[in-house]
Design a protein around this ligand. Structure first.
Ligand code: PXG
Length: 293
């Protein structure tokens, strides 16, 4: 396989030479932010939306992104072109940059930008047909009073601890609750339930990331004339739902069929879920920012 060309601060490096300093605060403290973006059929899906969220994450943690929005957009497209990809996944990372030992970002003179264009497969392909089995994690989602879950930061330990629990329980995904016990999201996906033809998802204030795919589902439901709204959900709402599905850039839209070994609905991917998945696939194939024009 050809070596990937990785973008670091304006230059491209072959994978083996793409390195960052051990004094980068992204490494030392998880001080930084990222975005994961998919591209399909030669077009980047929801690129502007992802870049807007990146800029919001930066603002929220007082991080100055050292390039303009347009330059970041151009660098993203160029990284994909350099790797001659048409379908895949591009990861944008902005770290606080090189500093010294010590928390204070004052010594970090300039944030670093890394862009990796590659492919991603989050769940085994058969899960997209049979659906996902989930467990409830005892690790709670970080309180918004500590750090807003809306910040897509480089510190994913909270979610990783939950992911380890899910894996140890031989489940495909873990449902994370917030401190009050309401459903927040899964370890790397937003969660939706369907009851009596209505679609519900936790509000961002319950501890969910403002998912780009989540927003796409709101748009698709409007188009399909399926009522959708945010609601505080407990595990009861998942146990008693007719259908359940998860969304994320890496996961796309995928049915969830069990929680804590209990079947959701009839334990198979639901009809409305399948309609949303079909519409999502159409949209990803037909829209987005062209990479090769
Ligand atoms: N919640 C969390 C905690 C996430 O990390 C989502 C929801 C879905 O958001 P988007 O905007 O992608 O619809 C995410 C995104 C991975 C991976 O490697 C995870 C995500 C993105 C890219 C890669 O597991 N999660």
């Amino acid at each position: 396989m050809k070596s990937l060309q990785i973008y670091i601060d304006g230059e491209f490096h072959p994978e083996a030479d793409a390195k960052v300093s051990v004094f980068d605060h992204g490494l030392l403290y998880g001080d930084g932010i990222f975005e994961g973006i998919r591209f399909y059929n030669g077009r980047v899906f929801k690129l502007t939306e992802h870049l807007r969220r990146l800029w919001d994450s930066a603002k929220a943690i007082c991080l100055n992104i050292p390039v303009s929005f347009e330059e970041m957009e151009a660098a993203t497209l160029e990284t994909i072109r350099r790797n001659e990809l048409r379908d895949g996944y591009v990861r944008l990372i902005v770290t606080r940059g090189v500093g010294n030992l010590g928390l204070s970002p004052d010594r970090c003179k300039r944030a670093s930008i890394i862009i990796i264009a590659s492919t991603i497969q989050l769940y085994p392909p058969e899960k997209y047909t049979v659906g996902m089995e989930m467990v409830t994690c005892s690790t709670r989602r970080c309180s918004p009073a500590a750090l807003s879950p809306a910040v897509k930061s480089l510190n994913y330990l909270n979610n990783i601890m939950a992911k380890i629990e899910a894996t140890n329980a031989r489940a495909d995904e873990g449902v994370m609750l917030n401190e009050e016990g309401y459903v927040a999201e899964c370890t790397g996906d937003n969660i939706f339930v369907i009851k009596d033809g209505h679609v519900f998802t936790p509000p961002v204030s319950a501890g969910a990331l403002k998912g780009i795919t989540r927003q796409v589902v709101f748009d698709l439901c409007a188009e399909l004339r399926v009522p959708i709204r945010e609601a505080q959900l407990t595990r009861y709402d998942i146990y008693t739902a007719d259908e359940c599905f998860l969304t994320g850039t890496a996961a796309e839209v995928i049915a969830a069929i069990k929680l804590d070994t209990r079947p959701i609905g009839d334990g198979k991917p639901g009809v409305v879920t399948q309609k949303i998945i079909a519409k999502f696939r159409e949209l990803t194939q037909a829209t987005g920012t062209p990479i090769y024009s």
